[in-house]
Design a binder for this molecule. Structure first.
Ligand code: AMP
Length: 213
């Protein structure tokens, strides 16, 4: 099964992609995570991508496209989390032989829910876990005990820019897949388990087809 998850910042793409991928044995490929790892490791990609990621702008496709394509060639069943985010990226994916998406999930959340989630988000640099309102100031990571931090691009100004980028660039990608009949729109409000149940229902026919071979 080949899926992509789209939605505004704070829609819960990463959390839901991780939960759904674990249940269905899919690889979880997050371009945001790839870029943050490259930045932390100081690779050439990381050095070039850093100014874009830190200011909430899109990393140019010329830097990202081949990196994504190389990761896709390593796996057969996956969720692409946060890619494609522009029509250019969607066209790039469609031109890669053998990588046609089976479905694209659009996680819909109102802007005020997304902003509330992002302002509460704490991430663990050690294990990558993402926490929300359930952790308080000074709490340790519930998964590994590591020290939690705020993502560098979750400050108010950068969140606003990321939201603008989403409206300007990614909303058109959502419509592109709607026109192609591939879009599965899922209400992204509520707790992760609630959204996961909706996602399971929305993708059930597809998942059954794949389970049957
Ligand atoms: P995310 O973790 O999906 O919120 O992505 C964090 C940041 O990584 C974004 O604000 C962009 O700077 C960059 N990024 C992630 N995915 C893409 C993409 N498909 N195209 C361009 N930049 C991206």
């Amino acid at each position: 099964m080949r899926l992509a998850f789209l939605g505004p910042p704070g829609a819960g793409k990463g959390t839901l992609a991780e939960l759904y991928a674990a249940r269905h044995g899919l690889a979880h490929l997050s371009t945001g995570e790839m870029l943050r790892a490259a930045i932390a490791a100081g690779t050439p990609l990381g050095q070039q991508a850093r100014p874009y990621v830190e200011t909430g702008r899109l990393v140019p496709q010329a830097l990202l496209g081949e990196v994504v394509a190389a990761r896709l060639r390593e796996v057969t069943a996956y969720i692409l989390d946060g890619y494609p985010r522009t029509l250019e990226q969607a066209a790039f994916l469609e031109e890669l032989p053998g990588f046609a998406l089976d479905a694209v999930v659009f996680l819909a959340v109102p802007a005020e829910v997304a902003v509330r989630r992002l302002s509460a988000r704490r991430v663990c640099p050690s294990c990558g876990a993402v926490h929300g309102r359930e952790v308080g100031a000074g709490d340790a990571c519930r998964r590994c005990g590591g020290e939690l931090t705020v993502r560098a691009d979750d400050d108010e100004k950068t969140v606003r820019r990321r939201y603008d980028v989403y409206v300007r660039e990614t909303a058109a990608v959502v419509e592109h897949y709607r026109d192609a009949g591939k879009l599965r729109e899922v209400d992204g409000t509520g707790e992760p388990e609630t959204v996961l149940a909706r996602l399971e229902a929305a993708l059930a026919p597809l998942a059954r087809g794949h389970d049957n071979g």
